[in-house]
Design a binder for this molecule. Structure first.
Ligand code: PRP
Length: 210
């Protein structure tokens, strides 16, 4: 697995405000969008393009456009939905598929409660969005889902991750072309399955259910 942890001061600044427990939901949502736009820049570094000819007002020149089939963006509901706007503002021609997943608070195992994805993902570049990579269970389940439908090129974008979660995803994806882009790698996973220091429950903070 290729791992990229952001080190840009603007990303760290925005993450610091997100971590603050006093940051209100409306600010949390807009900052998440800004952060994802910055992370998406890195996450799409290998997005496929093809050469095209374009006529400028002055002459003809060669450029590139995103290739077909279009990239697929998959936010993991609920919290991943908060990252969608930032991603599609950068990759405006992407198709969006949805996967709803909830983690059992006792076992920490994820269960799928909604799925709306293309049947055939052969040859598609896929981008998974989930703010939190805690145990890694939700991300691993989503990656398996996409691989089973033929995806061979998967990039995961997360705001925060734990060393334990990153290791679990790495172990589960040996031999596959998977990239992980993180806003920050935090200290650890605690006994309740929360990221430390983290930012709390991203879904609750995005949607004001704290
Ligand atoms: C949270 C979070 C991730 C998952 C991370 O979702 O948004 O999807 O847990 O944990 P893991 O790495 O241990 O699987 P949650 O299940 O709380 O659902 P929500 O997005 O609806 O809040």
């Amino acid at each position: 697995m290729h791992i990229h942890v952001a080190s840009h001061p603007l990303i760290t600044h925005k993450l610091t405000v997100l971590r603050d427990k006093n940051t209100h939901s409306s600010v949390f949502r807009s900052l998440t969008t800004e952060l994802v736009t910055l992370l998406a820049y890195e996450a799409t570094r290998e997005v496929r393009v093809e050469p095209v000819t374009v006529e400028t007002p002055v002459s003809t020149t060669q450029g590139v456009m995103l290739s077909q089939p279009r990239p697929l963006v998959v936010p993991i509901l609920r919290a991943g939905l908060g990252m969608l706007e930032g991603m599609v503002s950068l990759v405006s021609t992407a198709e969006v598929g949805f996967l709803g997943m909830a983690r059992d608070e006792e076992t920490l195992r994820p269960t799928v409660y909604a799925e709306r994805l293309p049947e055939n993902l052969t040859g598609r570049q896929c981008f998974i969005l989930d703010p939190m990579l805690a145990t890694g269970g939700s991300l691993i389940e989503t990656i398996k889902f996409l691989l089973a439908r033929g995806a061979t090129d998967i990039t995961c974008v997360c705001l925060l991750g734990t060393p334990e979660g990153v290791q679990a995803v790495e172990d589960a994806t040996v031999g596959f072309n998977v990239t992980l882009v993180l806003g920050a790698l935090d200290e650890k996973l605690n006994e309740h399955g929360f990221i430390v220091p983290g930012l709390g429950d991203a879904g609750d903070r995005l949607y004001g259910t704290v």
